[in-house]
Design a protein around this ligand. Structure first.
Ligand code: PLP
Length: 402
């Protein structure tokens, strides 16, 4: 009789939702509670301060929405911009594409710089576009820091330099959904005006909390209404309603209580490991994955090493191989969840997410599983080659600096 039970754990190696540490799972196991009780602010108030640290900010203001990351894109745009405003953005993957689509559907004029998938934002082109905008029609520059679909990280510091060099006052909005809490993110230093994160990636929580950190400049724009009465509509995502109630340690509507307890615990974990250690660990695990990919004789979707993401690697399968088959086989046979290729790269890539709570041996499990699935699907890979390359690298490179 065929067994219905799959023994052991599912190996979750999609680039979010990521693995949830047992401590966080336990912390979320709470009974319902009165979110207007006198003691509730004791839980809530410190969260804002600690989340700010993860964004690399001391000046910013954090809001926690019961939402996925997509809602936070909308909150950034709708609280600061007016119908018909112009925004500038670069598109190089499914998520940058979806943000463009949202901006257009909200009624913004979107100047899109299309970049080859596998590359990222081009600071020089951004600077040129801003210099050409003599009347300062462009109100915001939108950049996806880590394009999760292709495994590409853009240089936000360089984008900020480009904006400063052009002397342009546009706001800078950064999608850090698959970077914040895992890759170095310097909200204040890069003068990011809205930084956007989701709970299910570096914050090691289930999906359902959208996090935004807002600069004083963006807050002022939101408060002033830019002197216009054709603001984009927002009610549920209004910053003002949140900020008024957050100041007293409450929320304007029912909060996702277990997620707040989970966030408290996740922030403790971040503090214990330390952000610099977390960034270093992600770099080591990302590099180990890339060593495995090279040993398999395959190529990442990222066109050059400067684009490599330390949270996700998208791997191109050879011509004639369907990446969907590799992913489905890895799941069915080895209980390994790999990320699929989205949109333009569907069927051409599979993705290994190396983001969140993982270590050398968990990553090696995923590399072994991907390797077996590739071989089973007819890809000419030397058995053990990826595991050997990644494990040699990991032996030489500890997860944390001494
Ligand atoms: N932006 C990036 C870079 C993402 O990776 C994702 C989701 O994976 C999103 C936006 C959309 O976020 P959500 O699915 O939480 O709405």
């Amino acid at each position: 009789m065929a067994a219905t039970r799959r023994p052991g754990r599912n190996h979750l190696f999609i680039p979010g939702p990521t693995n949830i540490p047992d401590r966080v799972l336990r912390a979320m196991h709470v009974p319902s509670e009165d979110h207007r009780s006198p003691s509730f602010p004791e839980l809530v108030k410190p969260l804002f301060q600690d989340v700010k640290m993860v964004f690399g900010s001391t000046n910013g203001t954090v809001i926690l929405f019961p939402s996925s990351g997509t809602g936070i894109w909308e909150s950034a745009l709708s609280n600061t911009l007016c119908r018909g405003d112009t925004v500038l953005t670069a598109r190089y993957g499914q998520f940058s594409h979806l943000w463009v689509d949202m901006a257009q559907r909200l009624g913004l004029e979107v100047i899109v710089q299309d970049e080859e998938w596998g590359t990222g934002a081009d600071p020089q082109k951004i600077e040129e576009a801003l210099r050409a905008d003599k009347d300062h029609k462009i109100k915001a520059v939108m950049v996806v820091h880590n394009e999760t679909a292709t495994g590409v990280t853009s240089d936000i510091g360089a984008v900020r330099k480009a904006m400063d060099a052009a002397g342009h006052p546009a706001l800078l909005f950064v999608d850090g959904i698959s970077s914040i809490g895992s890759l170095p993110f310097k909200m204040d230093e890069w003068k990011v005006d809205c930084a956007i994160a989701g709970s299910q990636k570096g914050f090691m929580l289930p999906a359902g909390l959208g996090l935004i950190c807002i600069s004083p400049k963006a807050l002022k724009v939101a408060e002033g209404g830019a002197g216009r009465n054709d603001r984009l509509g927002h009610v549920y995502f209004a910053w003002k309603d949140q900020l008024t109630t957050n100041a007293t340690g409450y929320f304007p509507y029912t909060p996702a209580l277990p997620l707040l307890y989970g966030l408290r615990e996740a922030l403790e974990i971040v503090k214990e490991e330390g952000l610099e250690n977390i960034y270093h660990r992600h770099h080591v695990l990302g590099e180990a994955t890339r060593q495995a990919v090279a040993a398999w004789g395959l190529k990442p979707c990222a066109k050059e090493p400067k684009w490599n993401s330390d949270t996700v690697t998208a791997i191109l399968v050879p011509e004639g191989v369907d990446a969907v088959k590799v992913i489905n086989h890895a799941y069915a046979r080895y209980n390994l969840s790999l990320g699929s290729g989205l949109s333009k790269v569907a069927g051409k890539v599979f993705r290994i997410g190396h983001i969140g709570d993982l270590n050398e041996l968990s990553l090696l499990g995923a590399i072994a599983g991907a390797e077996m699935a590739l071989i089973d699907c007819g890809v000419k890979v030397t058995p053990g080659s990826g595991v050997a390359a990644a494990s040699s690298y990991l032996r030489e490179n500890p997860l944390h600096k001494a």
